[in-house]
Design a protein around this ligand. Structure first.
Ligand SMILES: Cc1cc2nc3c(=O)[nH]c(=O)nc-3n(C[C@H](O)[C@H](O)[C@H](O)COP(=O)(O)O)c2cc1C
Length: 387
């Protein structure tokens, strides 16, 4: 069913293990120092279930990630590197000792169940709101409103004009990513991923419509990507040369100011090439949104970045069992990540292996807090299909 014509010898060896099941997605992989038993990655998903007081993960987080420990790799939800980074209600942090201790319980459960888990590091920058920051103005590359929305205790609220970060602010932010990465290591994570997508701080710096700086962090595309590269270097330091994962979304669009055009895509081509000179464990690519439900993702987009980046590649956005297997079989990506399918199917790997039906998630409970729609999705059994 899946073609393997273009696989390299190493990949063929991995795939040979999986051909018993007919699914290259279920073969093992060496992903930038992570040894994965399968290539089904859980994509980071914000679920807004941290305790409002102290933004600590709770016992429900341990249950939720434990239920999904059969993933080849779990990438835990976007998590604040500092108090300045906060920009969405009830999202956890990794900057306090209380948070480190609470995350240790989560990683301990996942490891006891045989899983691997890395933490996505987040900073909203100008996409935050004074309501998250004790009334203070958010800071971004320049004093330009990103004209997006922040989920505050009062609901989704329009962003404001931020103050421009000083070079001292930038140095403190890079240091905060480094400290958060060290905290993640102490909390028992297997690594970190830099969240460099969406409308948040790092993409604000990459974006010439929002970054009008005239110092070394703006002016041309090399200067605009400097913040990300400094963050990668700082976040990789605790991991003994393995590097940090980097998540990019070149096709992201949001309002008037974030849009993928030829110039943006050329910036991303140069950025992805530049990542080869930095300690990057893997590149996690969020592809273009599907034009219509049921469409297959465009493998050509992933191939563009496969040519530019020398390390392992995780593809994402709109994949199902068939399209993910075809992508791995073609050698275009090393793994595929799933977000919405993992929300509703804690045993996604089992369902793929046995060809069982997938459950649909309830969007109304994505960010509502509480156990409903979070830890109560059932695993499948023999009545749900073959196997
Ligand atoms: C409820 C929800 C929360 C998300 N939170 C994050 C996040 O914290 N960090 C991130 O990089 N992407 C986040 N995403 C994007 C997903 O990781 C993923 O890119 C997107 O859902 C497409 O993948 P899929 O087709 O497998 O669902 C989120 C998506 C959803 C639906």
């Amino acid at each position: 069913m899946y073609t393997a014509d273009t696989l390299s010898t190493a990949e063929t060896a991995h795939t040979a293990v999986a051909t018993d099941l007919g699914q290259p997605l279920l073969g093992p992989a060496d992903l930038g120092g992570f040894r994965l038993p399968n290539r089904v990655v859980m994509a980071p998903v914000t679920r807004a279930r941290a305790a409002a007081d102290g933004l600590v993960p709770t016992a429900m987080h341990a249950a939720y990630y434990g239920q999904r420990a059969s993933a080849g790799l779990i990438i835990a939800e976007g998590t604040w590197v500092s108090e300045q980074a906060i920009g969405f209600v009830n999202v956890p942090g990794i900057y306090s000792e209380e948070q480190v201790a609470a995350w240790r319980r989560v990683t301990g459960v996942v490891h006891a169940l045989g899983g691997r888990i890395v933490l996505q590091l987040w900073h909203t920058g100008a996409a935050s709101h004074p309501d998250h920051l004790g009334g203070r103005q958010p800071a971004g590359p320049s004093a330009i409103n990103p004209r997006t929305r922040s989920f505050t205790p009062g609901g989704f609220t329009g962003t404001v004009t931020p103050r421009a970060m000083t070079e001292a602010d930038i140095a403190a932010t890079v240091a905060a990513f480094g400290a958060a990465s060290e905290n993640a290591r102490r909390a028992g994570f297997d690594g970190v991923e830099i969240g460099a997508l969406g409308s948040f701080l790092i993409t604000q710096f990459l974006n010439p419509r929002l970054n009008h700086r005239t110092d070394g962090y703006g002016g041309d595309r090399a200067a605009r990507r400097r913040l990300l590269l400094e963050i990668v270097d700082a976040a990789a330091r605790p991991w003994d040369g393995r590097g940090a994962g980097v998540r990019l979304g070149p096709y992201w669009s949001d309002g008037e100011l974030f849009r993928a055009d030829e110039e943006t895509l050329a910036d991303y081509d140069a950025l992805v090439s530049a990542l080869n000179d930095h300690p990057v464990a893997y590149l996690h690519l969020r592809g273009r949104d599907l034009a219509a439900p049921g469409d297959a993702p465009d493998a050509g987009e992933t191939a563009r970045y496969r040519r530019l980046f020398d390390g392992p590649l995780i593809a994402n956005n709109g994949y199902d069992r068939a399209s993910a297997n075809a992508l791995i079989a073609s050698g275009t990506a090393d793994a595929v990540s799933f977000a919405t399918h993992f929300i509703a199917n804690p045993d996604l790997v089992t369902r793929f292996a046995l060809g069982r039906e997938l459950a649909a998630g309830d969007r109304d409970t994505y960010y509502t807090g509480g156990a409903g729609g979070y830890v109560d999705y059932p695993v499948s059994d023999w009545r749900d299909g073959p196997g």
